[in-house]
Design a protein around this ligand. Structure first.
Ligand SMILES: *Cc1c(COP(=O)(O)O)cnc(C)c1O
Length: 224
């Protein structure tokens, strides 16, 4: 793939994000995280060279390997996958810019314990299972605000920045929209939260119209 192809893809995505955000408000700013989990280092480098800075991975070992091998580039790494408790130390060592998928109070407490020992800090989003799907991780919407407050209170080495959610897994736009509105409603009620991460390749425009200010785009951003 040549640079021109990456540019055409990325410019197309940026234009779509731009249209969606303006339809919400001229003042609504949206950040694009390029999800590189199916992409290699050459592809990440190609996107970096045309201006993309934020990348997301969903496996701790991939995050560590890619961020280490590309550490001469000023990239911003996001962890967006399910974190097994036995991988906590590896995630702390990878030192992500943002851990988007903190999905339970228990995990927060285990992370807090390790962060304290390592004298480290981590910025995180609380993942919410807004569509209440069996297959998804995240806290249930009814208890999300309470869990968020408990983490803030009990985990001084964790800085919560807001919430993350995956849209409902269906073709029904109304149900997807409801799941985004649920997440956004919780986000609005959290004091000091500034990141609402929702929207993937198939539903990011709807997510932005529902208030998302961070989209995680994989397949649509990496030409294959
Ligand atoms: C893979 C993944 C994405 C990107 O998915 P696409 O549909 O390829 O854009 C976004 N968020 C999470 C949590 C993912 O695992």
């Amino acid at each position: 793939m040549n640079t021109e192809a990456y540019k055409i893809y990325l410019d197309g995505v940026i234009q779509r994000v731009e249209n969606a955000r303006i339809s919400r408000s001229e003042h609504h700013i949206v950040k694009i995280v390029a999800v590189s989990k199916y992409s290699d280092e050459a592809e990440i480098k190609a996107l970096y060279q045309i201006g993309q800075r934020a990348f997301g991975e969903n496996k701790v070992q991939d995050l560590l390997a890619k961020s280490t091998n590309l550490n001469d580039l000023p990239l911003e790494w996001h962890f967006i996958g399910t974190l097994q408790k036995n991988k906590i130390n590896q995630l702390i060592d990878a030192d992500p810019f943002l851990f988007q998928s903190l999905d339970s109070l228990e995990l927060a407490q285990a992370l807090q314990q390790r962060l304290k020992i390592k004298e480290a800090r981590m910025e995180c989003l609380l993942q919410i299972n807004s569509a209440k799907e069996e297959s998804k991780s995240g806290v249930m919407p009814e208890i999300a605000a309470d869990i968020y407050a408990q983490i803030k209170e009990n985990c001084p080495n964790i800085t919560l920045r807001g919430v993350m959610s995956i849209g409902a897994h269906t073709q029904d736009q109304k149900i997807i929209q409801e799941s985004f509105e649920t997440t956004y409603g919780i986000f609005k009620g959290l004091k000091g939260a500034d990141i609402c991460s929702m929207g993937m390749s198939g539903d990011f425009e709807l997510a932005i119209r529902c208030g998302s200010n961070m989209v995680r785009l994989g397949s649509i951003i990496f030409p294959k």
